[in-house]
Design a binder for this molecule. Sequence first.
Ligand SMILES: Nc1ncnc2c1ncn2[C@@H]1O[C@H](COP(=O)(O)OP(=O)(O)OP(=O)(O)O)[C@@H](O)[C@H]1O
Length: 263
Amino acid sequence: MSRLEANGLTLRRGGRAIVQDVSLRMQSGMFLGLIGANGAGKSSLLAMLAGLLRPDAGQVAIDGQDVAGLSLRQRALARGYLPQNPRAEWPVSVERLVVLGLTPQLPAFGGLPAGLQQQVARVLDQFDMAGRAQQSVTTLSGGELARTMLARALVGDPPILLADEPLAGLDPHHAIDGIGRLRAFADQGRLVIAALHELTMVARHATHVAVLDQGRLIAFGTTQDVMKADILRQAFQVDACVTGAGTPTAMVDFVALARRTDG
Ligand SMILES: Nc1ncnc2c1ncn2[C@@H]1O[C@H](COP(=O)(O)OP(=O)(O)OP(=O)(O)O)[C@@H](O)[C@H]1O
């Protein structure tokens, strides 16, 4: 059982608080959809939860331990992190990139243990990348690279996964498959926190939802309680129609309202 707790997180950049006094308590079994308009602070909050950005105020604790006090290896073992718009800088094979997700578990020297080779083969297959295992990642399409990165994030079976827009660039089939795998990962006893813009997917698959609006947490609770028209109106300036939130057939449709002038 893993617990991730954020207490009073604030991050200031460019003379303003881009995340302001955010507190969240999360645990294994939850699939938390983190939603909010562009610039609401989702990536900044995820990077603080991952221990990659130091907050100006507040703390993040994993299983009661301040992430700021964890070594790099302890942090890498405690949580996986998938950044937004991951890029492939080096011409390594798909398989080699996925293996990098196992780095914190590997012995310092020697080859990949047989059990871990099977894990790599399994995630490549799950994300429909087995046929491209030897292709250079610099030649992949955007969606293929996104699937490879998801495979890398999951291959080490981290107890906590933080994913920043993991479905960006995926076609409908692979997006549905990807979010289903994230939900299954949570159902198997992991904690998954994902920043997402696909509101119908969130309404169908997330167990819980947190909503950021201009750096502030304006709602946090079960999908059924949070995916509501008034909350979505405040967060996105849209007139939303939500049906069946928290069920596999949920739908979120919306029309844009006039832009607000207070931001
Ligand atoms: N170093 C910085 N200096 C100034 N402003 C910054 C800095 N880093 C982030 N910001 C601002 O902080 C806000 C939050 O950014 P963040 O990337 O966390 O938003 P987001 O919710 O993930 O957005 P999106 O949905 O567009 O990816 C944005 O308005 C961004 O311009």
